[in-house]
Design a protein. Structure first.
Length: 149
């Protein structure tokens, strides 16, 4: 039993020693790290903005934009960003965010309408959850009807 106690004391001592800021292995932070100068004529890249929606071509303001109600037309949809949750469609059929419906083969779901740049005849991107709710295989291109509500 005495061996077990000394073994545990040794483990605790080694574990605590790791917490003590050893001068042989100083911890470096981003604030204290030095940046090496670049050769003349080479430019460092600029940090990207944190607003992901701006980089995707969306407006930062999610306030609905006044738009016509009713049928906006048909569009060919493909799978949008799979990691972006919710029921949404990104389409050039709208000029700003709003509420809408998407219909496919007799099934209709309510979605968030998100404007993207492009010709009205250009394709659209539909969320994974919306494609699953409508029964569209994730690898298919499908023609859907889009309505503003």
């Amino acid at each position: 039993m005495q061996k077990d106690i000394w073994g545990m004391v040794g483990l605790v001592a080694v574990g605590l020693a790791g917490c003590s800021g050893d001068p042989l292995w100083p911890k470096r932070s981003a604030e204290t790290a030095e940046i090496a100068p670049l050769p003349e004529g080479i430019v460092r890249p600029v940090a990207r903005p944190d607003d992901r929606s701006a980089s995707l071509g969306e407006t930062a303001n999610d306030a609905p934009v006044a738009q016509a109600k009713g049928s906006l037309g048909t569009t060919i949809v493909s799978l949008g960003t799979p990691t972006e949750p919710g029921l949404w469609i990104k389409t050039p059929l709208v000029k700003g965010p709003g509420k809408g419906r998407v219909s496919f083969r007799g099934k209709t779901i309510d979605v968030k309408l998100i404007a993207i740049e492009g010709e009205a005849s250009a394709g659209s991107r539909l969320s994974m959850q919306a494609m699953q709710a409508l029964g569209i295989p994730l690898t298919d291109l499908a023609e859907v009807q889009v309505l503003a509500i």
